[in-house]
Design a protein around this ligand. Structure first.
Ligand code: CP
Length: 308
């Protein structure tokens, strides 16, 4: 693959290749010297039109660990505010001789649109409610690290599925890798895409949804993408779908708890669970750097990997 737009349609072979490279980079991240020369001489622009803490920082660190030159672009202090279009923004940045663009945008399909209008390698860092492929890859890496394999594992995703690019990328990627995905959440926040729903089990009863799970992924309510009419009260949501000690009594003893962040503590996830023995949330964040190193390395052609 030349670009990474999403995990829908990406083969098991290609996901395996990314995860195996990420495992090698994960080991490098434990060394005193964490830098490898793989992307030396290449320039990566992080083009973020939406807010981000984990993804932007993680991509920047991954680029630096690979010895790339990195430039961070935030739309809030750019000429986008003066009316410059997306394509003009990209073409001007490209004229400065860059190689890879990592883009986050509220519009579904923006990474593909940019790839159609430039010669750069494009990596999707989240496009609207469509896909967030590197988040799903780091989630898959974390499950393999903690549970050994994805094959045959039951993964339950609870929350605002309808507006979640994380849920979409995870269900495409995990089902390709042989995991079984169950979705659970308020009936108003079920995805409308029936094709997508054909690949998963929908379980409205949260106790049943967690009973067989090897991994539970909690998602926040994405107010920024939702009509107020769809938004449940926070108290009602926590009482019905929140991950609490009481709910975990219905789950397996060794279940792992995941969250892509940012967490709304006390809504989708109680603090004692987020910080408790089942939580692998900060492992996900660490794995994010390794996964992004692997994606950038492979898209750049897998050159100069003598130290990987
Ligand atoms: N998981 C994730 O995408 O977090 P950020 O929005 O902070 O990048």
């Amino acid at each position: 693959i030349k670009h990474l737009f999403g995990l829908r349609g990406v083969s098991k072979h290609d996901i395996r290749l990314i995860l195996d490279h990420a495992k090698q980079f994960r080991e490098i991240l434990e060394r005193p010297v964490k830098k490898v020369p793989s992307l030396r001489g290449m320039t990566v622009v992080n083009l973020f039109f939406e807010n981000s803490t984990r993804t932007r920082t993680s991509f920047e660190l991954a680029e630096k660990r690979l010895s790339a030159d990195t430039v961070n672009f935030a739309s809030s202090n750019s000429s986008v505010k003066k009316g410059e279009t997306l394509v003009d923004t990209l073409r001007n940045i490209e004229a400065m001789k860059i190689d890879i663009v990592v883009v986050r945008h509220k519009g579904t399909g923006v990474p593909k649109f940019l790839a159609d209008n430039s010669n750069a390698i494009i990596v999707n860092a989240g496009d609207g409610a469509h896909e967030h492929p590197t988040q799903a890859l780091l989630d898959m890496l974390t499950i393999e690290e903690k549970l050994g394999t994805l094959e045959g594992k039951n993964v339950t995703i609870i929350g605002d599925i309808r507006h979640s690019r994380v849920a979409r990328s995870n269900l495409w990627g995990m089902s390709t890798m042989g995991a079984h995905v169950t979705l659970c959440g308020p009936s108003t926040l079920v995805p409308r895409n029936t094709d997508l729903m054909n690949h998963v089990t929908w379980e409205p009863d949260v106790k049943k949804a967690v009973a067989n799970a090897d991994a539970i992924i909690a998602l926040r309510l994405q107010k920024e993408r939702m009509d107020d009419a769809l938004l449940p009260s926070m108290r009602e949501y926590r009482n019905t779908f929140g991950i609490t000690e009481e709910l975990l009594e219905c789950a397996k003893d060794k279940v792992i708890i995941m969250h892509p962040g940012p967490i709304n503590r006390g809504v989708e996830l109680d603090s004692d669970i987020a910080d408790g023995e089942h939580s692998v949330i900060l492992d996900q964040v660490t794995n994010g750097v390794a996964v992004r190193m692997a994606v950038l390395f492979l898209l750049a052609g897998g050159r100069n990997n003598e130290n990987a």
